[in-house]
Design a protein around this ligand. Structure first.
Ligand SMILES: NC(=O)c1ccc[n+]([C@@H]2O[C@H](COP(=O)([O-])OP(=O)(O)OC[C@H]3O[C@@H](n4cnc5c(N)ncnc54)[C@H](O)[C@@H]3O)[C@@H](O)[C@H]2O)c1
Length: 262
């Protein structure tokens, strides 16, 4: 157990999916500062420059792995790499996700729906399954999934995304209950619009001519009237990953400027 007031994450090993950008990159930075050992997992062709800069600055132990979270073989490779390098995995941050299109139900393409479900649902399921196979016999571990406020309410014509985040919430609670007696905690964080490429893409979809003009309208729906910052999501993730949250499992925790209270 860490002392009260410290997270005590030093030396813990963590896989971070979607590590190259946005919330995942912010997680790399924070867990590097916490002196964790990190495997950053992102799509082939992703730019890992940000990860490498953080690694250099923090002097952290960071491995990068190119793969697709919806592919089982890539999860096997990620777990093999982590276990061969460190011998154990303490934390999985199951963060990679895509938003898919914003389109009226009657025009929403089925193949786009399928791809969102592949990445956001199958990807999260595979990550939990691979991590749990290792953590369950070990009797400890933490899995943190990234859901969204869209996992608790409709709206926005983002059908694949909404369906996928409801599924993430359900899988989080199911896994938490089944793994609780094995010492493995499973949680989800539920952000509102957060300042990353994902929300910039949404702005482009809402207002292709002038994406920035969509910002006040999108922010107006948030009681605190602004987007979240990636590090504000990661402050919660770091706490949940630590022993300070030892009695928390199965929680779907909003970090959303008051959205889900509204
Ligand atoms: N930004 C927001 O407004 C917001 C709000 C709520 C929830 N979220 C969730 O936060 C998570 C991270 O989103 P973000 O805002 O950082 O997005 P982002 O688009 O900035 O970054 C996502 C990262 O995931 C990677 N990725 C995408 N598909 C992948 C795959 N199949 N395999 C491996 N890596 C893949 C991308 O290459 C990218 O580096 C997602 O699950 C998203 O749904 C974001």
């Amino acid at each position: 157990m860490s002392a009260p007031g410290t997270l005590g994450l030093e030396g813990r090993t963590i896989i971070i999916t979607g590590a190259a950008r946005g919330i995942g990159l912010s997680a790399v930075e924070r867990f590097a500062d916490e002196r964790c050992k990190i495997l950053g997992f992102d799509l082939s062709g992703s730019d890992f420059t940000g990860v490498r800069e953080i690694t250099r600055r923090a002097g952290a132990e960071v491995i990068t792995l190119e793969g697709d979270v919806s592919r089982e073989a890539d999860w096997s490779r990620a777990m093999d790499t982590a276990l061969k390098t460190w011998g154990r995995l303490d934390i999985l941050f199951n963060n990679a996700g895509i938003s898919g299109p914003t389109l009226d139900l009657t025009r929403y393409p089925v193949d786009a729906f399928d791809r969102v479900m592949d990445v956001n649902v199958r990807g999260v399921f595979l990550g939990m399954q691979h991590a749990a196979r290792h953590m369950k016999p070990l009797g400890r571990g933490v899995i943190i999934n990234v859901s969204s406020i869209s996992g608790s309410r409709g709206g926005g014509n983002i059908f694949g995304y909404t369906a996928s985040k409801y599924a993430v919430n359900g899988m989080t609670q199911s896994a938490a209950v089944s793994l609780a007696r094995h010492g493995v905690r499973v949680l989800a964080v539920c952000p509102c619009p957060t300042r990353t490429d994902m929300i910039y893409e949404l702005e482009r979809q809402v207002s292709p001519e002038n994406p920035a003009s969509a910002r006040p309208g999108l922010a107006a729906g948030i009681p605190m009237k602004r987007y979240g910052e990636p590090h504000e999501i990661i402050n919660l993730v770091a706490f949940l990953a630590s022993d300070q949250a030892a009695f928390m499992t199965g929680a779907l925790v909003p970090v959303d400027g008051g959205c889900l209270a509204d």
